[in-house]
Design a protein around this ligand. Sequence first.
Ligand SMILES: [Zn+2]
Length: 89
Amino acid sequence: MEFTREWFDESSNEWMKNKRKKRSIYFYTCDHTYQSGKRCGRDCFKQESMCQQHWALEKNALAKKVKEISMEYILISPALPDPNQSNET
Ligand SMILES: [Zn+2]
């Protein structure tokens, strides 16, 4: 491997693909890819790998999934004993 200028340019281009330079500080940009194949490219939200919008979408999808799973759990779990029908003999 020869560390030529071309090699460096190519490497830095690769490295820059998911980053955006802002006042000499590198910010990670949103990794969300649209159906057209275009990356979102907006600044990431907090420490996430997505912008606020796509992070919210992901979070909602996750919350929905959790809700579905807990609903299933409620349906399959045995009913709790009714405290009004305890043995009073
Ligand atoms: Zn995004």
